[in-house]
Design a protein around this ligand. Structure first.
Ligand SMILES: [Ca+2]
Ligand SMILES: [Ca+2]
Ligand SMILES: [Ca+2]
Ligand SMILES: [Ca+2]
Length: 341
């Protein structure tokens, strides 16, 4: 796991080196990527044309209690054709969003079919259980997951990290046979410029500079802790900027969310916070126990884990300590590493 994210980090470093020195022609030989700002203009023009020439079956969808991906049908409005009365032109239905990524202003679009009735909404760096169907603007499907899959937003295209926090997860019930049914899940369609997708990467089914359309059903999310140090990833990144690589407290080139000793003082972060573990034999019982806890402002609950070896469920109440009261928690303060108070 750590190896993988170090590679991710190194790749991001390389990309930033390439993109930060466009005038230094001698330094790096590589296939030049299109200028991101120019590509964004091209991509947004194409997205706007798409949204102005396609509609979806809005009347049909709004009558459904739990619309699925397959229920939302996007159809091209042919030249000279009048818009049917029971549909909505996508451009009239989508929300237009803007974001900055790699110093370029991007526009992307969300068709919000259902917000999602669950309490949780993922952070941009969390893990999801989700169904999705990805296609190109010509309608070619490149990937469909109609059985729920896990997706780690920290390793996925940047558009997803922006869209998913806009939605809530579903609610679920456990059926008598032990299976789980989802209800009232977050459901929508996103329209992403290539710069928030795979950009210049060429994949077998996705040409370089492809705009991407994803339908999705957001079922569950889980707060990620990529380095297992008991500090959730969203607290180890710059969430407001969707920046995974913006915090490296000890400046050792291993960013905080993959660094198990964030302040570099030789004591692991996991040992600089106080952890109380709660264990129950069922998820429901553990969730009830956790819900009954009172949390101080410096406390949080870690994600629930199922332990296959012990057949039980555990979660931690994590207390972030600041022993010398200087406003810097022990795990980020290399002047103190005494742990347990
Ligand atoms: Ca962490
Ligand atoms: Ca570090
Ligand atoms: Ca860390
Ligand atoms: Ca430390």
């Amino acid at each position: 796991m750590k190896y993988k994210y170090n590679i991710l980090f190194i790749c991001a470093l390389i990309i930033s080196v390439i993109s930060c020195s466009p005038d230094d022609e001698d330094s790096i030989v590589s296939v030049p990527e299109n200028d991101r700002t120019e590509q964004q203009v091209t991509d947004n023009d194409a997205l706007e044309i798409f949204l102005n020439t396609h509609y979806y079956n809005s009347t049909e969808v709004s009558a459904l209690a739990n619309p699925s991906m397959a229920d939302v049908v996007i159809t091209e409005l042919l030249d000279g054709e009048t818009l049917p009365s029971d549909v909505t032109l996508l451009m009239s239905a989508v929300e237009t969003k803007t974001t900055t990524y790699l110093e370029v202003e991007y526009e992307y679009y969300i068709l919000r079919i259902n917000q999602g009735g669950g309490a949780e909404s993922p952070h941009f760096c969390d893990k999801l259980r989700i169904k999705y169907a990805g296609s190109l603007m010509d309608g070619t499907n490149f990937d469909t997951k109609s059985i729920p899959v896990s997706v780690d937003l920290a390793g996925y295209v940047p558009g997803w990290g922006r869209v998913m926090p806009e939605f809530n997860v579903g609610t679920f019930i456990t059926n008598s046979d032990g299976t789980v049914s989802f209800d009232d899940y977050g459901m929508g369609v996103m329209f992403l410029p290539s710069g928030l997708g795979y950009y210049a990467d060429y994949q077998e089914t996705i040409p370089s500079y492809s705009n991407l359309v994803f339908k999705f059903e957001l079922l569950q999310s889980e707060t990620a802790d990529h380095d297992f140090d008991n500090i959730p990833t969203y607290m180890e990144v710059i969430e407001a900027d969707y920046d995974l690589f913006g915090k490296d407290t000890d400046e050792d080139l291993v960013v905080d969310f993959v660094d198990g000793d964030d302040d570099g003082d030789g004591t692991s972060t996991a040992d600089e916070v106080r952890v109380e573990t709660f264990t129950e034999t069922t998820r429901g019982a553990l969730e009830a126990t956790l819900a009954a806890l009172t949390l101080e402002s410096n406390q949080l609950i870690s994600p629930v884990k199922y332990n296959t070896d012990r057949n039980n469920f555990t979660a931690n109440r994590v207390t972030i300590l600041d022993s010398n009261g200087n406003g810097i928690p022990n795990y980020l303060d290399d002047t103190e590493s005494e742990i347990i108070e």
